[in-house]
Design a protein around this ligand. Structure first.
Ligand code: TEU
Ligand code: CA
Length: 541
């Protein structure tokens, strides 16, 4: 594996623009708002921003339904603002990674508007159309990930079109060469603006074969990515990260082995599925088994070897807050948030921090569906009501897993609306912003923020964190996740107690230096000690 890529040493921060910082009091975060917070991000130490979509969009799925890839959503600002963001970030050593959503467009994209009008339009075949079956019924039983059939009857077209997400997100037909070329042209438009790369939304779906019921990992997927690489970012040393729900280590190597000339890395979701009941959906919860988490992470840490690269994340705009999920957002919020950060950031791969994670933001419970904005949660609510679930049951699932948990506005200070907006926020704030906010975190030298800052600094200063081998310690209590990183004769031990209880721990070796510790009173004895609730540390052996 080449060792010269900036993205292997990078730490990326994800911004969900709608919820980050409003600059004009309309209650919606915007690009000027982001620019005003770049100094904060520089202080944290991150070197890249993954910006969730800022393109023109009717917002059926908050920007993941794009109606014009080459202009900016009015609420977010202008193309000039976007160019300022790229250059202001650059001044601070931060690259902007754009969200590339090309599995589908909005149904309000001019391509789709033209496509549905006439079979003769050159855009018709940009999308996936099928006739009704003989008896008028659906082409097949493919389901949308947002509920219901994936086929929508279009009166004007006189055919069904495919939408793996909402009805307002028709799927693009990647078999059409002109469509592929149009996507590459659009990517080059952004590359020419000086961006640092792309995060590729549900990219593993573009090789779909709907008639065969194949959606993920279709037969032509990798051909398309190789073609895209060559036509756009190849040779430009950009970061490209694919969102690939179905990736195994073997598949991840196909994508990210540099010799294959596809992507830098992918987001794999195996760890994310561990609290879902087998064969059910994300809404059907089971408790997390730490042993499974260890198994999944060590598999990914060791199996890619030199033939691929990992991305590391706990959170994004689709997932509940990690401290509420696998930490403890009550008594041990600070300790457990730091524990989770230490555990993840000392692994091999490129870490991603989702906005607010660095101050330990928590899930934001709702008591009624009217408080929910997210299309996925809303669709599921009405579908399950019909299936006979109780409102209470459904709300329990939404509070645990709903996407709005991650989307409540960023908590900047203890003033009105947490300093996010002077107007009415588009989505209610988490009421805990008076305690949990950036201003308070910056004032407290023991805050979660400074743990993230320190972890980023350790990564920048120590090649071991980037390149070192990973080895899981297997002789520990179930709740203790411990591993060793080694590089050129140096060894670091990382220990994390996943339990609210005291847990015994012992291993061979002596501590040469404590590099980071989530309890402030320093002593660490490796030969027979007791870890405190959620205690975590990194030591040089
Ligand atoms: O997410 C892909 C995706 O499959 C999600 O819908 C996922 O199933 C669910 O959110 C897990 O909780 C991407 C984007 O990240 C998401 O925000 C978009 O809604 C979706 O694609 C469609 O573009
Ligand atoms: Ca605004």
């Amino acid at each position: 594996m080449d060792k010269q890529n900036w993205w292997q040493e990078a730490v990326i921060y994800q911004i969900y623009p709608r919820s980050f910082q409003d600059s004009n009091g309309d209650g919606i975060g915007d690009i000027k708002g982001i620019i005003s917070r770049l100094d904060y991000l520089e202080k944290l130490g991150i070197t890249g921003i993954w910006l969730s979509p800022v393109y023109k969009s009717p917002n059926d799925d908050n920007g993941y339904d794009i109606s014009d890839y080459e202009s900016i959503m009015d609420e977010f600002g202008t193309m000039a603002d976007m160019e300022t963001l790229i250059s202001e970030a650059e001044k601070r050593g931060i690259k902007i990674i754009m969200d590339l959503v090309v599995n589908h467009t909005s149904d309000e994209h001019p391509w789709f508007i033209e496509a549905r009008k006439s079979e003769k339009s050159k855009y018709r075949d940009y999308y996936i159309w099928r006739d009704a079956a003989e008896d008028g019924s659906l082409p097949n039983d493919l389901k949308s990930l947002f509920g219901g059939s994936a086929w929508q009857w279009d009166e004007t077209a006189g055919q069904y079109y495919l939408h793996l997400f909402s009805k307002k997100q028709p799927d693009l037909n990647w078999e059409n060469e002109a469509l592929r070329q149009a996507v590459y042209d659009m990517m080059n438009f952004w590359i020419d603006k000086g961006i640092g790369g792309f995060r590729m939304d549900v990219i593993d779906l573009i090789g779909k074969q709907p008639d065969k019921g194949i959606t993920g990992n279709g037969p032509k997927l990798h051909d398309y990515l190789k073609e895209m690489h060559q036509a756009t970012f190849g040779g430009k040393n950009l970061l490209t990260v694919g969102e690939t729900w179905g990736a195994t280590p073997k598949i991840a190597k196909q994508y990210s082995n540099p010799v294959n000339k596809e992507l830098s890395m992918v987001f794999q979701f195996e760890h994310i599925g561990l609290d879902e009941a087998e064969g059910k959906t994300k809404w059907d919860l089971i408790p997390l088994e730490i042993s499974k988490l260890k198994e999944v992470f060590s598999k990914w840490q060791t199996e890619l070897g030199d033939e691929g690269w990992n991305s590391l994340f706990w959170n994004n705009h689709d997932l509940p807050r990690i401290v509420s999920r696998w930490g403890n957002d009550k008594e041990y919020r600070v300790e457990s948030a730091k524990m989770l950060a230490i555990l993840l950031h000392m692994m091999k791969g490129t870490p991603y921090i989702y906005q607010g994670e660095e101050i330990g933001m928590t899930n934001s419970p709702v008591t009624d569906i009217q408080q929910v904005d997210d299309i996925e949660s809303r669709n599921m609510y009405y579908e399950r009501l019909e299936e006979g679930y109780s409102k209470a049951e459904i709300l329990t699932s939404i509070n645990a897993k709903g996407r709005d948990n991650a989307r409540t506005p960023m908590q900047w200070n203890a003033q009105d609306n947490a300093g996010f907006t002077t107007g009415k926020p588009w989505l209610a704030l988490n009421p805990n912003y008076k305690q949990i906010n950036v201003e308070a975190a910056l004032k407290d030298k023991n805050s979660i923020f400074y743990t993230y800052q320190k972890l980023i600094a350790l990564r920048k200063e120590n090649p071991l964190v980037i390149w070192g081998e990973f080895e899981l310690l297997t002789e520990t209590e179930e709740e203790v996740f411990a591993y060793v990183r080694s590089y050129r004769g140096e060894k670091w031990l990382i220990v994390a107690n996943f339990s609210v209880n005291e847990t015994p721990f012992s291993t061979e070796g002596t501590v040469k230096e404590i590099l980071i510790h989530n309890y402030s009173d320093g002593q660490i004895d490796l030969n027979g000690s007791t870890l405190r609730p959620y205690e975590a540390f990194v030591v040089k052996l």
